[in-house]
Design a protein around this ligand. Structure first.
Ligand code: PLP
Length: 307
């Protein structure tokens, strides 16, 4: 079983001219490689699994080539000495995955890859079935790591230090994180999830996990998953220069830009105390810059700070 530790992560005030107060909780500092929401989404899933004392424990999961989840599962496996396998979207990567910073790092952490075509990747049920027949002792973790146990784990992103805020805000991909925040928020708190993916089923999925009506989902300015806008890159670079906090271009950068926009437009009542969660994802900056460099587009300035 894994050792449970409570972490006290900093909540930092973001000084702005808005008529509300904005803060950021640095969940990205929880672990250098298993950062942000990923740590808590994995912790209880893996702990419950290890509690069953499986013979030859093994973690298997899914993800795209730049996935924070793939990076985190591989690092989790390395940290706790559990072998990992990743089912990766895109069989074109089979012969040159070494050029991809996320996969290179995951491989260095000991993850073994199975590349599948984009078409086959859509059918996760079939893949899960195939892999569970082949590796009956393995824990198969869904894409993005979201499931009921993950939602339970997210409660540890909340504590006495988050109780006074009026709004709790996070980026939304597969929905587990915002569902956990919604489920464990105080009665008086409202939850805002900024969607970085076009997925109309998320409202229902999140509600089924949280069973509360205290959350609202709002689209990021660019809500096509993985798409990066120059405007957001400029915001991320500005934010870093202004506040010394690095954001990523797939989740936290989009979320903070939207929260600033909402604050400016008067979405939050005057005087509200707003807490945003820095859910990590910084490993993705190298891959993002590699892509942007190839297109001659503006880059994230602080790549050299990222491990
Ligand atoms: C950095 C980052 N922030 C936010 C999210 C969104 O979390 P969820 O998939 O639980 O909605 C993810 C995905 O796990 C992520 O990698």
């Amino acid at each position: 079983m894994l050792q449970f530790t409570e972490y006290k992560l900093p909540i930092v005030k973001i000084k702005t001219d808005f008529d509300v107060q904005i803060f950021i909780k640095r969940e990205d500092l929880i672990h250098p490689k298993i950062s942000g929401n990923k740590f808590w989404k994995l912790f209880f899933n893996v702990n419950q699994y290890l509690g069953l004392k499986p013979e030859n424990p093994l973690l298997i999961t899914f993800g795209g080539a730049f996935s924070n989840h793939i990076a985190s599962v591989s690092a989790f496996g390395k940290q706790f000495d559990i072998p990992t396998k990743g089912i990766i979207r895109g069989d074109e990567l089979e012969n040159h995955w070494q050029n991809n910073p996320t996969l290179l790092e995951a491989s260095r952490n000991g993850m073994q890859f199975f590349f599948v075509s984009r078409e086959d990747y859509q059918n996760k049920e079939k893949l899960t079935q195939e892999f569970s027949e082949k590796y009956p002792n393995a824990l198969i973790i869904p894409e993005g790591g979201s499931n009921e146990m993950a939602v339970e784990g997210v409660q540890y992103m909340l504590g006495n230090d988050t109780k006074d805020f009026d709004y709790l805000c996070t980026a939304v991909g597969t929905g587990g994180t915002v569902a956990g925040i919604s489920k464990f928020a105080e009665e008086h708190q409202k939850v805002v999830g900024i969607k970085v993916v076009k997925d109309d089923s998320l409202q229902k999925t999140i509600w089924e996990w949280s069973m509360r009506n205290n959350f609202e989902l709002i689209d990021a300015d660019e809500n096509r998953y993985g798409k990066i806008s120059d405007e957001n890159i400029r915001f991320i670079n500005w934010f870093y220069n202004e506040y010394d906090i690095p954001l990523d271009p797939i989740y936290t950068g989009k979320m903070l830009q939207k929260i600033f926009d909402l604050a400016e437009k008067g979405f939050f009542p005057k005087g509200s105390k707003i807490l945003t969660f820095h859910t990590g994802g910084l490993q993705g900056i190298k891959g993002a810059n590699q892509f942007l460099r190839g297109k001659n587009r503006p880059l994230i300035d602080f790549e050299s700070l990222i491990f």
